[in-house]
Design a protein around this ligand. Structure first.
Ligand SMILES: C[S@@+](CC[C@H](N)C(=O)[O-])C[C@H]1O[C@@H](n2cnc3c(N)ncnc32)[C@H](O)[C@@H]1O
Length: 211
C-alpha cells in the first residue's frame, strides 16, 4: 500500500486502513486470559501486533494487559507495519477525543494524558504504556522476517486480505516459526486460513493455536 498522501490531504488521511481502539475486543480478552497463567508463573510474555497501523491495536492490548494481569506481569509488545507514516503516528501516540472515546472507561482513566493545544485537546498515550511497545517497519509480504521469537500471541488482523496465496502461505509459515508451541495466531474476523491444519488448530473463529 502506498504511503503517498493525496495532495493536500491531512496526515491522518494517510492511515492505511481501518482501525480503532478495542476493535475486536473479544480477541484482546482472549489474549489476556491466555496470558494469565504464564504471567503469574513469572515468565516474560511476548506479543506481536503485525500490521499495527496507527497504533490503536497495540495500545489497546497494552492497556488490557496492564490493567487485567497481575502487576508483577512481565510483557512486551512488538508492533510493526509496512507504512512509515502510520508508524510515525503510532509512535507519537496522539489521538483525538473522538478516537479515544472507543477506549472502555476502566482503561481510559490511566491510558491518556490530556494536553490542550491550539486545535483543542490532544490525548497522548501514557508514557509507561508507550515504553512497553517497540515499533518497527516490517513488510509481511517479504520473508524471512527479521524478527526473533518466540511469541505467545501474534495479532495479524485484516492485514493479509490483499496477499496472494504465496505471500499468505509465506506469512503463515513465518508466524508458525516465530510462535511458541501452544501460542496463538489471531487474524481478522472475516479471514480464514485454509490448509494450515498440520501446523495450527483452530481454537475459535479467527484464533489459531500453534501445534
Ligand atoms: C486494516 S489495517 C488493520 C490494523 C490493525 N491490525 C487492526 O486490526 O486494527 C491494515 C494494516 O496492515 C498494513 N499492511 C498492509 N500490507 C502490509 C504488509 N505487506 N506488511 C505489513 N503491514 C501491512 C497496512 O499498512 C495497515 O496499517
Amino acid at each position: 500500500m502506498s504511503d503517498a498522501p493525496a495532495p493536500g490531504a491531512p496526515a491522518v488521511a494517510v492511515a492505511t486502513g481501518v482501525t480503532r481502539f478495542f476493535r475486536g475486543r473479544e480477541h484482546l480478552a482472549f489474549v489476556v486470559a491466555a496470558a494469565r497463567r504464564p504471567a503469574s508463573a513469572g515468565r516474560r510474555l511476548h506479543f506481536w501486533s503485525a500490521g499495527c497501523a496507527t497504533g490503536e491495536e497495540p495500545y489497546s492490548l497494552a492497556m488490557a494487559l496492564r490493567a487485567d494481569l497481575p502487576a508483577s506481569a512481565d510483557w512486551r509488545i512488538l508492533a510493526t507495519d509496512i507504512s512509515t507514516l502510520a508508524l510515525q503516528a503510532a509512535q507519537r501516540g496522539n489521538y483525538t477525543a473522538a478516537q479515544a472515546a472507543a477506549v472502555p472507561r476502566r482503561y481510559a482513566a490511566t491510558a491518556f494524558a490530556t494536553r490542550t493545544g491550539p486545535d483543542g485537546d490532544v490525548l497522548r498515550i501514557d508514557d509507561e504504556l508507550k515504553r512497553m511497545i517497540l515499533f518497527r517497519r516490517l513488510d509481511l509480504g517479504r520473508t524471512p522476517y527479521p524478527v526473533r521469537g518466540a511469541f505467545d500471541t501474534i495479532l495479524c488482523r485484516d492485514v493479509m486480505i490483499d496477499f496472494d496465496p504465496r505471500q499468505r502461505a509465506g506469512a503463515v509459515a513465518e508466524f508458525h516459526r516465530l510462535l511458541r508451541r501452544g501460542g496463538h495466531l489471531i487474524v481478522g474476523e472475516s479471514e480464514a486460513l485454509p490448509g494450515v491444519a498440520d501446523r495450527f488448530e483452530r481454537s475459535q473463529p479467527s484464533v489459531y493455536r500453534r501445534i
